[in-house]
Design a protein around this ligand. Sequence first.
Ligand code: IMP
Ligand code: MG
Length: 175
Amino acid sequence: MSSQAEPKVLISQQEIAARIIQLSSEITSAYRDKNPLLIGILKGSFVFMADLVRVLDFPLEVDFIGLSSYGAGKESSGKVRVRRSPGSEVRGRHVLVVEDIVDSGLTLAFLKDYLLEKKPASLKLCALTDKPERHRVPVNIDYLGFTVPNKFLVGYGLDWNEKYRNLPDICVLDA
Ligand code: IMP
Ligand code: MG
């Protein structure tokens, strides 16, 4: 792709902020006394994680895992690799995975197995966006921000070839 249309806003930063406040009250009820370990999937979740943890007013810890399933395109290769493992001890912890977008679900299916092997006390998933039409394996999202259409999204951490992560809104590329 050589020329690229301007990304169009799908979900504004104000809508994202309002939804994160709602999610934070659900997450607070479930985790306020559990000192959870939030594990963000790099790189896409870094913006969501930063906004989410700042509205969670109780003790928690943050870590990240680097996974890759995508090459330099818009389709999942279906193969997931761990590029950076979390430094934190997962055993016995209440783990909440923080993800930017669920597409095929293959990344999460892999991560679930990977983390369950480490024997957490509990394992749940918080995803900012979900494209249910694209699922290729069953996915159970415990805390979901937005269901989104089957379009390629950028901004608010999401990239296309490493570009657009810094857009403040969630936008559609090639709208
Ligand atoms: P899955 O394994 O197919 O569910 O892919 C999940 C990962 O693919 C996400 O964490 C994103 O990094 C990437 N991804 C999926 N859909 C999009 C999109 O619309 N825009 C940007 N990245 C995406
Ligand atoms: Mg990702």
